[in-house]
Design a protein around this ligand. Structure first.
Ligand code: SF4
Length: 462
């Protein structure tokens, strides 16, 4: 079995297990119900939500159509204030750049705020291999790090855990009494993390937006951990995907409330920070050095016209919460950093069609993802485009190709269709397509007589 087939089989096996795990379903539904209720309230802040979404899409269109120009403008403005920009073509470039900075600063500990890009490049594991402690400071990420699991969801990393699960985890991993309440658990995490902020030589963050006309990195969070991670350490490294660019600082007036509403249902996220470089002369706080690593890592593959809109994504997680497939199989079954509908669109281009192309088929194409996207990305249509690319580039299996060939000959030649009896068709289907049909669908039973036979008999009688 080749790697692509293995990954597909693993995805199917994990999905099969999760889809029938009622406890998992209960926890997910509980959390998504809370999210849905909050989003309804959050949306009321917009006088005309549809116009706001259209405008956001238009701004992202402008940003991505002139991506090179905007990124260069960002670099110019950021470096003018003493920041350093590193262009990373792939994961290795980004990791090597982080390591070089860590070595230069003799860093033994880094504190990290929540960032999916650092998950994408497996930064924690890499730093650990190089004997540098990397501490997650976002509560959800901290829980996941304690449990040795990747994030389950792009916005709420521990969404699949109940408060009882977390209390048990803290008890086992940190030795605190069992059965603590959420407030007590938060205080435990707070006490452990506060020390780390002051010890760490480097703070690493992602970035929700890059602002071209100001040379700024914007970070949105609810816990203040992003601010602490950048305020105490002398060096701040922000690793940001190149698609996060916005042309102007004014665009935040629209994108901040949109991201908050669709991400968590809030009117505005609690902490919104704009970093325009390291500490300036006369300033008393902030890092002495600031680096921004602009990461491509396959993103330029998304510029192909069929999926270009996926570059508009602001990672709000709304399409995951709305997706019937995600809600059944959960975030870990996908086996990729980005899960859910948008993950199934971008992962085949970030990781390779052979590795993740099968994910584009994990959709009912109901279109709910497109309905709920704040920047109106045509997600379900791009899933179809991916399926087309997958087949056109010959990633489909031999069995599938054969099945379609047979189907095509059959439907184009009625005589051929009619040559086998219903019984014979049942036997062929049972032998050749049983595994593809699956155990959970009703058995397909062909009618004993074909339509032509029935028609002829009726004519005779008439
Ligand atoms: S595709 Fe749209 S809904 Fe999904 S995470 Fe991105 S911005 Fe949010």
């Amino acid at each position: 079995m080749n790697t692509a087939t293995q990954l597909k089989e693993t995805f199917l096996a994990k999905s099969e297990v999760k889809a029938h795990d009622l406890d998992h379903k209960r926890k997910i539904n509980f959390n998504i119900d809370k999210y849905n209720a909050a989003v309804i309230k959050g949306k009321t802040q917009f006088a005309n939500l549809d116009t706001a979404r259209k405008q956001a899409k238009n701004i992202k269109w402008r940003a991505i159509e002139q991506l090179d120009k905007h990124l260069e403008l960002f670099e110019k403005n950021f470096t003018e204030r003493g920041g350093k920009v590193i262009w990373a073509e792939d994961k290795e470039d980004a990791l090597n750049a982080v390591l070089a900075i860590c070595k230069d600063k003799n860093a033994r500990t880094v504190v990290k705020s929540k960032s999916m890009v650092t998950e994408e490049i497996h930064l924690n594991a890499f730093l650990e291999e190089n004997e540098i402690e990397s501490v997650e400071t976002d509560l959800g990420e901290y829980i996941q790090q304690l449990d040795g699991e990747p994030p389950y969801h792009i916005v709420t990393p521990a969404m699949h855990k109940s408060k009882e699960d977390i209390a048990q985890l803290f008890h086992e991993k940190l030795g605190v009494p069992a059965g603590l309440t959420p407030t007590e658990l938060t205080l435990v995490a707070r006490e452990k993390l506060r020390k780390k902020y002051t010890e760490a030589e480097i703070g690493i963050t992602g970035g929700n937006f890059l602002i071209a006309d100001t040379g700024a990195v914007c970070i949105t969070e609810n816990e203040g951990n992003g601010r602490l991670s950048t305020a105490f350490p002398n060096t701040h490294i922000a690793i940001v995907g190149i698609e996060k660019i916005l042309p102007s600082l004014n665009d935040l007036a629209l994108f901040w409330p949109l991201l908050s509403t669709y991400g968590t249902g809030q009117t505005l996220t609690v902490y919104n920070s704009i970093f325009t470089g390291p500490r300036q002369t006369g300033e008393t706080d902030g890092p002495r050095e600031m680096y921004v690593i602009l990461l491509d890592n396959g993103r330029t593959n998304l510029l192909r016209k069929e999926v270009r809109e996926s570059m508009y994504c602001i990672r709000c997680g709304s399409c995951l919460n709305a997706c019937p497939v995600y809600k059944n199989i959960g975030g870990h079954a996908y086996g990729t950093t980005y899960s859910g509908p948008i993950g199934s669109v971008i992962s085949p281009h970030l990781n390779g069609m052979d590795e993740a192309g099968h994910l584009s088929f994990a959709s009912s194409l109901c279109g709910n993802c497109t309905e709920v996207c704040p920047v109106k990305i045509n997600i379900h249509e791009m899933l179809l485009e991916n399926r087309h690319i997958y087949v056109a580039e010959k990633y489909g299996g031999v069995g599938e190709k054969l099945a379609w060939k047979l189907f095509k000959s059959g439907v184009l030649h009625r005589g051929l269709m009619n040559s086998a009896s219903g019984k014979m068709k049942n036997i062929v289907f049972e032998k050749a397509f049983k595994s593809a049909w699956g155990d959970r669908r009703d058995k397909l039973v062909f009618a004993p007589k074909s339509f032509n036979q029935l028609w002829k008999e009726r004519q005779k009688k008439a």
